[in-house]
Design a protein around this ligand. Structure first.
Ligand code: COA
Length: 152
């Protein structure tokens, strides 16, 4: 069984292990680059409990199997998520995305965005199911930009 919970600074080491164990394809789909660790900006946000970020962990047997994040910028937010290779296509991503949208509503956001590689079929399907409208990214031809309005 697995569950969702809020991530905190004490989770950084486990999350670094989680990212390091992801396949190259999954890391590129999440970070758009073959990173082997969480970017420093996210590590700092976790450690400092930065109020401009919410992190949600999907956890099984005490280990992360998924990580979702919401960056808060005024009335807009941006979500990103990743699920361990062995756990993909089992509903974890859908639950993470739904929880990030709950967090976005709780913070009073009006709009949530996401970026995905245009060839990422799984994320395209998940985003559309989550109510996002996907368009070509104005700043990068390899990306799609998803937008979802939130009602108050
Ligand atoms: C994209 C990702 C987050 C989806 O998470 P997941 O746990 O695998 O997805 P779920 O099992 O919750 O699937 C939800 C829906 O998404 C769609 N979907 C998921 N993976 C899919 C795939 N490979 N192909 C087509 N549709 C897919 C399906 O519609 C699915 O609904 P269903 O279960 O009724 O078929 C996950 O595959 C992942 O971590 N990928 C690498 C990182 C990444 O792409 N992050 C997105 C950039 S922010």
């Amino acid at each position: 069984m697995w569950h969702l919970r809020t991530a905190q600074g004490k989770d950084v080491d486990a999350l670094q292990r989680f990212v390091g164990n992801l396949s190259l394809a999954t890391r590129v789909q999440r970070f758009f680059a073959p990173l082997r660790e969480l970017p420093g900006e996210l590590v700092r946000a976790l450690r400092q409990a930065d109020p401009a970020h919410c992190f949600v962990i999907a956890e099984a047997d005490g280990e992360p199997i998924g990580l979702g994040q919401l960056a808060l910028r005024g009335e807009q937010g941006e979500v990103a998520l990743v699920v361990a290779d062995a756990w993909q296509s089992r509903g974890v991503g859908a639950r993470l995305l739904a929880q990030l949208l709950v967090e976005a509503s709780r913070h009073g956001l009006r709009e949530v965005m996401l970026e995905t590689l245009a060839g990422n079929r799984g994320m395209r399907a998940l985003a559309r199911r989550g109510g996002f409208d996907l368009q070509r990214h104005p700043g990068d031809p390899e990306l799609l930009l998803g937008r979802r309005q939130l009602t108050a």
